[in-house]
Structures are given as structure tokens and as C-alpha cells.
Write a protein that binds this ligand. Structure first.
Ligand code: SAM
Length: 292
């Protein structure tokens, strides 16, 4: 928020709503459907921690709902007050409500103190320029919301530069995905591109010294033998059912196999991504206070 914006932003409105039949509540509930989220370019996140992470990371909360009972709780009052003051000052509306309304929005057994409606945000493809020791994760047609959320969280934890969604994927802004990211959605770059676009950019990147490692059950290289200190990296992961398309596999500098030793045919996508990223980022990871 720039100073001139600050001067012109009108504080959001505050309203008390106690009924699940209220039209504003119904329209937030409708954001459970992707077409409604996309039409308004918004999504829902739940929980005081996630909403605070979002606002701290300069994401825009259009509407903040909180439970009046939770705001009267000594352990939560200050945090809820601070959050709602910031949201309001940045132009977002505040809806003071109850647990029944919040539960109806999140379909959870344990009610959340806070639910937020946020503006969607992705990184324009033109801004993806792997440099230095960047490591990007690219996902071919990821289908499972839990996998995507876990991959976003793991990518954040291991210091990846961002996550590129290639082709038709599950919605990163679905409630289940956002939940699984545990707030990492707000800390990492997320971009989308078509398969054709990825392949075209991949050829430019490899020409500039970026190593693109595809992971494949027919990979010719043991992932532990790859050198990830050569410069910028892209780690490309395949679809849960079909693996990488042939065209994407052909765009890679290497195809790596993660060695296995049991009866399982393959690893879960999120687990495989974690293993690859750990290897690719190993030389950048520090555990302060622990012996190496
Ligand atoms: N039936 C799929 C296939 O034939 O590729 C299995 C896909 S696997 C569940 C999902 C993705 O995880 C794969 O495309 C690959 O990116 C990664 N993966 C899983 N296990 C792997 C392994 N042992 N080596 C390399 N990549 C693996």
C-alpha cells in the first residue's frame, strides 16, 4: 500500500450478521465453487493464523469474518482486534458473526475464530526468470488438492523460488488446498502456464544455463547423483496418474529416478517432490544450532 493509496482508501464497513441465510454469507458460501471464485478472483481461507499471515504478506482481504464469542476470549481478543483493524484500514469489510455461520462456510467440525475472503494473486509468467541459485518447482497437471497444498508448503520450507502450475491443474485457491499450504501460499510465488508455453520457455532457460530435472519412473539418472550446484534449477514433476507427458519429458535436461527398494510402483507426488527438492536445495539449507 503506497502513501497515496493510504490517503484515498476508505475504511471497510462493519456489520453484524447472525444468520446463515444472509445474502452476504450465501455469496461467501458460493465461493466453494471454482467458477464463483474465478468470476470474482477471490478465495476463502480459514483461521486466525492464516488470515494474519496473509495480511502480513500484503495479500488483500476483502472481507474478514470473526466470531463474536472468540473476540471476547482473552487469548484471542488482541490478535483479532489487530487483524480486523488492519483489514478495515486497508478497505476490507468486517463481518462480526457466530460459530454457526463460520462453520457453515468452512464445513469443519471445529469452528474457526476467523474466516477471510481474499483476492487471488499469481505471478505473471513474464516475471519467471530463474537466476542465481533459484530452484523452481513445476507441476504437470497436478490433480489432488492435498498434494498441491503440501507441495506449496514444502517448497516454501525448502526455500524454492516458486511453484509453476503447468496445464490444467486442481485449483490452488480451493479451500482444501489453501488449508494444506498452512500459510505458505502467502509466502511463495505461484504461476500458471500451458504445456506449450512451458516447453518454449524451457528451451530458452536451458540455453541460459538453467538445469531442468524431470522426474520419471523411466528416468536414466539416480537423483542422488545429480549436481544441483550448477546454477538455477527447475524440478519438473509428473501428473499423479500419468506421470510427465512425453513432450514435457523431452524438454528436460535430465530425467531422474528416485531409487526405491520395496513393492510400491512409485512414490506419492508430494513425497517425491519433497525428496527432489531436499536434494536440489541441500547445499542452501541450514539448521542453526545443529551440528552439520
Ligand atoms: N503411474 C505414474 C507414472 O507412470 O509415472 C505414476 C506417477 S507418480 C504417482 C507421480 C509423479 O511423482 C511422477 O510423475 C514423478 O514425477 C514422481 N515420482 C514418484 N515416484 C517417483 C520415483 N521413484 N522416481 C521419480 N519420480 C517419481
Amino acid at each position: 500500500v503506497t502513501q497515496s493509496n493510504k490517503d484515498t482508501i476508505r475504511p471497510g464497513r462493519v456489520e453484524e450478521i447472525t444468520s446463515t441465510a444472509n445474502p452476504r454469507i450465501k455469496s461467501i458460501k458460493a465461493l466453494g465453487l471454482k467458477k464463483n471464485r474465478d468470476r470474482e478472483s477471490v478465495f476463502v481461507c480459514e483461521g486466525l493464523k492464516l488470515a494474519t499471515d496473509a495480511i502480513d504478506a500484503e495479500w488483500t482481504i476483502r472481507t474478514l469474518l470473526y466470531s463474536k464469542t472468540a473476540a471476547e476470549d482473552d487469548r484471542l481478543r488482541d490478535r483479532i482486534e489487530r487483524l480486523s483493524a488492519t483489514v478495515r484500514a486497508r478497505g476490507g469489510d468486517i463481518l462480526i458473526t457466530n460459530e454457526k455461520v463460520l462453520t457453515s462456510l468452512t464445513r469443519r467440525d471445529n469452528p474457526q475464530a476467523v474466516v477471510a475472503v481474499l483476492e487471488q494473486k499469481t505471478t505473471p509468467v513474464s516475471e519467471i526468470k530463474p537466476t542465481g541459485n533459484d530452484c523452481w518447482v513445476a507441476l504437470d497437471r497436478v490433480r489432488d488438492p492435498g498434494n498441491l497444498g503440501t507441495i506449496i508448503r514444502t517448497s516454501d520450507a525448502l526455500g524454492a523460488a516458486g511453484v509453476i502450475l503447468v496445464g490444467e491443474t486442481t485449483d490452488p485457491f480451493a479451500l482444501e488446498t489453501v488449508r494444506a499450504t498452512m500459510g505458505s501460499l502467502f509466502h511463495i510465488k505461484l504461476a500458471r502456464m500451458s504445456e506449450a508455453d512451458f516447453i518454449e520457455r524451457a528451451s530458452g532457460w536451458t540455453g541460459q544455463g538453467v538445469q531442468i530435472t524431470g522426474t520419471h519412473l523411466k528416468g536414466a539418472v539416480d537423483h542422488r547423483s545429480l549436481d544441483f550446484t550448477t546454477g538455477p534449477q527447475v524440478v519438473l514433476m509428473g501428473n499423479e496418474q500419468q506421470g510427465l507427458t512425453d513432450a514435457l519429458a523431452a524438454s528436460c535436461s535430465n530425467l531422474a529416478l528416485i531409487a526405491m527398494d520395496g513393492a510400491a510402483d512409485s512414490l506419492n507426488l508430494a513425497v517425491a517432490t519433497g525428496i527432489m527438492l531436499f536434494e536440489a536445495r541441500r547445499h542452501n539449507l541450514t539448521a542453526p544450532g545443529a551440528a552439520p
